[in-house]
Design a protein around this ligand. Structure first.
Ligand SMILES: [Mn+2]
Length: 530
């Protein structure tokens, strides 16, 4: 999704449509050039209104006009004087997230230039409560007058806006009959359906980025790995790795599947890289390491080890408190994944937020965590109820197996909410689900008081708390993998959380494709839950 910058505006300015005005285009264009700008944005927030904004002294002096600005000289429309907006907002067209002031969708309904008709000081005219303008817009032309009628309660000044009876006036002209953006030709509905720009009060315009493609190990590289002895130098992606203990068993066998060695783990991560890395890149990584195998105790590693090669990217957490990890590894290549696997990093847990804006998550996470007495059928029921709830809200969730016993739902979002907000959102969602099946779900955190029931864990929606990445291996016999699934697969009687392993993941991918790929570029604005 390309981010529209100010180009459409300059394109527009270069080619204004002067067909409707009786004055020669050259004369008007000359006068309109170099003048301050105005914009009218059609804004569907709590209620529909048009924001009329004038560029004055480097800010946008603004009025919210419920019925819009019209060419109809018979109309008198209420205009509420609202706070100045930054000049960067002038050509903004996109979405303001719900929860933000003015949350909703915005199009540039009209844009152009203006000049004072009577006075010579615009700011003074606004303060005096009466301003006469000549507009040179795409839709709006001619003389407009704004007059203050009352100071109003809660400081909101009420004004009237009207169009003079001049050559540009058109009787019964209705702004709602001209609903498209003058920049993109889109309606509010179309912008809402696929917003390519986003505005927040704190950050202004928020960029939307495109996913990158990552290379995995080549067949030749994998053959070279297979040919190594128990240790040796392996070249992958132009990097030389000193691999050790390649035949060490990290995963005991399960159900007749052979045990898996460190070589198997390295091979898996180097091969799965193209579909795994999009979930890891630009995110600090928490590692669950099992250098002595998964039947021994593992440990969490967040701090980048001192022996990390130069070429592996790192991110420094400037907010790290006393005793907390300061420097995190970031995986951006198959070679990095292979290096991590060589160090026994079995489970890869990326942060749910991206560098550098780590305080705003790109996912809301639902973790359906079975208790000792939870049956698989009950777990699937809980997943289905979440699906129903998300459907009802018009929110897209992407399910995956945890690779152990649970099911997770990852909900990709625009990075505009805080962790407190995503956590509260998921808690409300899960509590609504729990009310449907109270005998299956416990709201108790103490394992003892849960009576063996499942837990809907919303607490992972916090900075530096993580769930395992899609396609990450889990620390369990047989080397199961956290596998993205389709919602319909909940109906598959063969589905189990640990159904797929590092041996079967490639065949699974070949069969159903990369079901987690859409998560990476999907961005949603979570609607308010009451
Ligand atoms: Mn508005």
């Amino acid at each position: 999704m390309a981010r529209q910058q100010s180009e459409p505006l300059s394109v527009y300015r270069a080619k204004p449509d002067f067909a409707r005005t009786p004055e020669p285009a050259g004369v008007v264009a000359e006068r309109a050039a170099g003048l301050p700008r105005f914009v009218v944005q059609r804004h569907r927030a709590r209620s529909l209104h048009y924001d009329f904004r004038l560029e004055i002294d480097g800010v946008l002096v603004s009025w919210a006009v419920p019925k819009g600005i019209t060419l109809d000289p018979g109309a008198r429309h209420l205009a509420v004087h609202v706070e100045d907006h930054p000049i960067e907002y002038l050509d903004f067209e996109g979405v303001i997230p719900s929860g933000e002031y003015g949350g909703g969708d915005v199009i540039v309904w009209d844009i152009g230039t203006w000049e004072l008709h009577r006075d010579d000081d615009a700011r003074a005219a606004v303060e005096a409560g009466e301003i006469h303008l000549e507009l040179y817009g795409e839709k709006l032309r001619g003389r407009i007058v704004l007059v203050r009628t009352s100071r109003g309660r809660n400081g909101k000044e009420q004004w009237l806006v009207l169009h003079k009876r001049d050559d540009a006036a058109i009787e019964d002209w209705d702004p709602e009959e001209h609903p498209r953006s003058v920049l993109s030709g889109r309606t509010n509905d179309e912008v809402k359906a696929s917003p390519d720009r986003l505005w927040t009060r704190e950050h202004g315009e928020v960029a939307v980025s495109a996913p990158t493609a990552f290379a995995g190990a080549t067949d030749d590289e994998l053959a070279a790995l297979d040919d190594l002895g128990t240790k040796g130098t392996w070249e992958i992606g132009g990097r030389e790795l000193a691999l050790t203990n390649l035949d060490k068993v990290l995963f005991p066998q399960r159900d007749g599947d052979g045990a898996a060695t460190k070589r198997d783990l390295i091979r898996y991560y180097a091969s799965i890289a193209p579909v795994l890395l999009p979930h890891l890149v630009d995110r600090p990584l928490n590692l669950h390491r099992y250098p002595d195998g998964v039947d021994r105790k593992g440990f969490w590693q967040k701090q980048a080890p001192s022996y990390t090669p130069e070429w592996i990217p790192r991110w420094r957490n400037e907010d790290a408190g006393e005793g907390e990890s300061e420097t995190y590894l970031v995986a951006d290549s198959a070679a990095t994944l292979a290096w991590l696997a060589n160090h026994g990093a079995v489970e890869l847990h990326p942060w749910t937020s991206r560098i550098p804006d780590v305080r705003h998550p790109t996912y809301a996470l639902v973790d359906i965590d079975p208790g000792p007495d939870t049956t698989w059928d009950q777990l699937v029921t809980l997943a289905r109820l979440h699906r129903t709830a998300l459907d009802h809200l018009g929110v897209r969730g992407y399910p995956k197996t945890s690779g152990q016993r649970g099911i997770q739902v990852w909900i990709p979002i625009e990075p505009v909410m805080t962790f407190d907000e995503t956590r509260a959102w998921v808690e409300r969602l899960s509590r609504a689900v729990a009310r449907v099946v109270p005998d299956v779900v416990s709201d108790q955190w103490e394992k003892r008081s849960r009576g063996g029931r499942a837990r809907l864990d919303y607490t992972q929606n916090a900075i530096n708390k993580t769930l395992v990445a899609p396609y990450s291996v889990r620390a369990a016999p047989g080397a199961p993998v956290s596998m993205p699934i389709g919602w319909k697969e909940l109906d598959d009687t063969d589905l189990r959380s640990d159904r797929w392993t590092l041996r079967t993941a490639a065949a699974r991918l070949a069969e159903v494709g990369d079901l987690a790929a859409p998560m990476v570029s999907d961005r949603q604005l979570l609607t308010e839950l009451v």
